[in-house]
Ligand binder design. Structure first.
Ligand SMILES: NC(=O)c1ccc[n+]([C@@H]2O[C@H](COP(=O)([O-])OP(=O)(O)OC[C@H]3O[C@@H](n4cnc5c(N)ncnc54)[C@H](OP(=O)(O)O)[C@@H]3O)[C@@H](O)[C@H]2O)c1
Length: 260
C-alpha cells in the first residue's frame, strides 16, 4: 500500500474528484478526513470508507472561512494525530459571464474558495509538517489555469494563482521535507461542477448539452474527458513516495490539451 499510516485531509471530498481521491487514498492505507459544506455527502463518503475497513472522518467546513479552516485542521489532528497530506480540491466554477458582467462579490467568492482557501489550509498544516520533516500538499488546479475559455475569468485566475502558490510554497518547503504540487485536470465530465457548467454553456451558446460537450472534447488529443478516478490515480502518485523527487510541478491530467 502506498499511504500506510498517513493522514490525509481532502477538501471537497463529498463528491466528484474529491470523493474518488478519498476512496483511493483510504484503500492505500491512509486515514482520510473528508471536508466540504454538505454534511450528508461527506458523511456518506466517510461511511463508504469505513465499510471497506478504512479510517475516515467527515468534518463540515467552508474553506473560504478562516475559522472553519482552523477548526478543520485542529479536528483532523485531534482525531488522527497529525496531517501528513493536504489536498486542496474544494471548488465551484462561479459565474459564467464575461469579465465586465462579473460583480466584485462574485469575483471575490471564487478567489476565496480556490486560492485563499488553499493558502489558509497550507499555512495551517505547514508548521506541523516542518516539525516532522515530512508532508505533501497537492493543489487541484485546472486546464483553465493554462488555457483561455471565455466566461470563466475568476475561476481561471484562481486556478492560475494556485500554481503560483504551489511553486513558491514548494520552494520554501523543499529542504524541510515537504513537497507541494498541483494537478491540472481537463474536463471531468461526470462531476456536478462539470455537468452544471456544461448545461449553462449550452444554454448561452444555444446548442444542446451534447453538442457543447462534443465540441470541447474534440479539442483534446484523446477526444474524451477524464474520469474522477484518473485524477485520483495521479493524485495518489503525487501524494505518495512514488513521486519523492517531484515538487513545485503542475501535472496536466487532461488527455492531451495543455502542453506546458
Ligand atoms: N470537473 C472538472 O471538469 C474539473 C476540471 C478541472 C478542475 N476541477 C477542479 O476539481 C475540484 C473538484 O471538482 P469536481 O469536478 O469534483 O466538482 P464537484 O463534484 O462539484 O465537487 C466539488 C466539491 O467541492 C466542495 N466545495 C465547493 N465549495 C466549497 C467550499 N467553499 N468549502 C468546502 N467545500 C466546497 C463541494 O461540496 P459542498 O458544495 O457541499 O461544499 C464538493 O464536495 C475543483 O477544485 C474543480 O475546480 C474540476
Amino acid at each position: 500500500m502506498l499511504l500506510t499510516e498517513k493522514v490525509a485531509v481532502i477538501t471537497g471530498g463529498g463528491r466528484g474528484i474529491g470523493r474518488a481521491m478519498a476512496l483511493k487514498f483510504a484503500r492505500e492505507g491512509a486515514a482520510v478526513v473528508v471536508a466540504a459544506r454538505t454534511k450528508s455527502e461527506i458523511e456518506a463518503v466517510a461511511e463508504e470508507v469505513r465499510k471497506t475497513g478504512g479510517r475516515a472522518a467527515a468534518i463540515p467546513a467552508d474553506v473560504a472561512d478562516e475559522k472553519q479552516c482552523e477548526r478543520l485542521i485542529a479536528e483532523a489532528a485531534s482525531k488522527f494525530g497529525r496531517v501528513d497530506i493536504l489536498v486542496n480540491n474544494a471548488g465551484e466554477y462561479g459565474p459564467v459571464k464575461p469579465v465586465e458582467e462579473i460583480s466584485p462579490a462574485e469575483w471575490d467568492r471564487v478567489i476565496a474558495v480556490h486560492l485563499r482557501g488553499a493558502y489558509l489550509l497550507t499555512r495551517l498544516v505547514l508548521p506541523g509538517m516542518y516539525a516532522r520533516g515530512s508532508g505533501v500538499i497537492l493543489n487541484i488546479s485546472s486546464l483553465s489555469a493554462k488555457s483561455a475559455f471565455g466566461w470563466g475569468s475568476p475561476y481561471a485566475a484562481a486556478k492560475a494563482g494556485m500554481l503560483g502558490l504551489t511553486r513558491v510554497a514548494a520552494a520554501e518547503a523543499a529542504r524541510k521535507g515537504v513537497r507541494v504540487n498541483a494537478i491540472c485536470p481537463g474536463p471531468v465530465t461526470e462531476t456536478k461542477m462539470s455537468k452544471d457548467l456544461g448545461q449553462t454553456l449550452a444554454e448561452r451558446l444555444g446548442v444542446s448539452k451534447e453538442e457543447q460537450l462534443q465540441g470541447f472534447l474534440n479539442t483534446i488529443l484523446q477526444g474524451r474527458g477524464q474520469t474522477a478516478n484518473e485524477i485520483a490515480a495521479a493524485a495518489l502518485f503525487l501524494c505518495s513516495e512514488q513521486s519523492s523527487a517531484i515538487t513545485g510541478q503542475a501535472l496536466n491530467v487532461d488527455g492531451g490539451a495543455a502542453f506546458y
